[in-house]
Design a binder for this molecule. Structure first.
Ligand code: GLV
Ligand code: MN
Ligand code: MN
Length: 409
């Protein structure tokens, strides 16, 4: 294994430079998938890939791959990477850290004049966040054959745009067939986005599994009417019903106990006026659990609640699935390789479960996959104040470097 590691200052400089793309005044980043900022972020990545002498390919869903050649003709590559898109209130590390650290790992291998047997591919997947277009992890899902390309391209975003049109508009509708690159293994480096590593004073998480994700959009239809003249008993108030759903999912999660989580992150009322009873409410529910049976139970209880609510309040309640992924167990050998690489460098390491969704979860469908986590200060993520100190960023990148070298031979 490589003993000396990546250059922390160069990694930090790359991250800082990339964070200027889509920078928000509060110190965060907004690079929604297939937006102009996403295009600029991709352009910067491609330029950096070329600087490193990587062969750059873009597939039909816009996934970007940069390949460092190996010595053995035809050997399946080791793939690493993550995503460049962010939520609208994103931080400077979610996704982009795994891609930039991969570039630094490649640069270090070049400096050390290391030739690996297998090629190493640095990947940046399209639309991991799923904020503008659902489902999330879309680029890696399409790559892994879990979503047909035409269906992905026909996805309509929350702003009414068609994904395929936006992909063409930003110039990233590539010509590589989706799924063309079949990796020998996939390893993704990412910030933890939670509080565990920091609380335990550990540098590295070897991610052994990842919880299941259930996303749905619920639309409640009632009747708008005058807020002053309509007695409470005669109302069909979609807004009040939405509030009951918010409380129900929170209480469901508390009743189920950890690791069940439930979130209503989006809620819109129509007509959204102070003195008009809402005629319509549209809200999203995000349910997650490590146990598929528990996740199904949560979904079933919510569905039964929605039926009761509709009947009791004289409303129409409809639900539309936006994303559904079962929990994933990562490749145990790969997890052990990550643990061993961290231990060999003297870094504190523990196995852990990912609460967030990741591209590695999709890549696990087609081959061995696992993840490396580094701490998130204060456990904050999907927040402009997302932060990981430089030393910890470098430690994660060093583990990635060593694991890549081990896997690529
Ligand atoms: C993706 O970041 C998710 O876990 O929602
Ligand atoms: Mn991410
Ligand atoms: Mn994210």
């Amino acid at each position: 294994m490589v003993r000396d590691g990546i250059a922390a200052d160069r990694l930090v400089a790359r991250l800082a430079e990339h964070a200027e793309i889509g920078a928000t005044p509060d110190g965060g980043v907004c690079r929604l998938a297939l937006s102009d900022a996403d295009r600029a972020g991709r352009d910067r990545l491609v330029a950096w890939m070329h600087e490193l002498g990587l062969t750059v390919q873009v597939d039909r869903i816009g996934n970007v791959f940069g390949t460092r050649a190996g010595s053995e003709p035809g050997a399946a590559p080791v793939m690493t990477g993550s995503h460049l898109d962010t939520v609208a209130t994103g931080g400077r590390y979610d996704g982009v850290y795994g891609v930039m650290a991969a570039l630094e790992a490649v640069r270090r291998l070049d400096e050390l004049a290391v030739t690996t047997r297998r090629p190493i591919v640095v990947a940046a997947f399209t639309n991991e966040e799923g904020v503008r277009y659902q489902p999330d992890m879309m680029g890696s899902l399409v790559h892994a054959g879990g979503l047909a390309l035409p269906d992905a391209l026909d996805t309509v975003g929350i702003d009414g745009t068609r994904l395929g049109d936006e992909l063409v508009r930003i110039g990233y509708a590539g010509d590589l067939a989706v799924g063309a690159i079949r990796p020998h293994a996939f390893v993704e480096l990412h910030i933890e986005q939670g509080p565990v590593l920091e609380a335990e004073g550990l540098a590295i998480g070897a991610v052994a599994d990842l919880q299941g994700i259930s996303w749905q959009e619920i639309t409640v239809e009632g009747q708008s009417n005058h807020a002053g003249t309509t007695p409470m008993r005669l109302r069909r108030d979609a807004g009040a019903a939405a509030a009951e759903i918010v409380v129900f999912v929170r209480e469901l999660a508390l009743r189920f106990g950890e690791p069940q989580v439930a979130t209503v992150g989006r809620l819109r009322l129509h007509p959204d006026l102070i003195n008009v009873i809402p005629a319509r409410a549209t809200l999203t529910v995000d349910l997650r659990h490590t146990d598929e049976a528990k996740l199904q139970q949560a979904e079933a209880e919510l569905a039964a609640f929605l039926e009761r609510l509709a009947a009791e309040r004289g409303l129409t309640v409809k639900s539309r699935r936006l994303a559904r992924f079962e929990p994933v167990v990562f490749d145990q050998r790969l997890v052990r390789t990550i643990e061993a690489a961290a231990a060999a460098r003297g870094y504190g390491v523990r196995r852990m479960t990912s609460g967030a969704g990741h591209d590695a979860q999709m890549m696990a469908r087609i081959g061995p996959a696992a993840m490396i986590f580094v701490p998130s200060a204060g456990g904050l993520s999907h927040n402009p104040r997302e932060h990981t100190p430089a030393e910890q960023l470098a430690q994660g990148a060093n583990v990635l470097l060593d694991v890549l070298r081990r896997l690529a031979g």
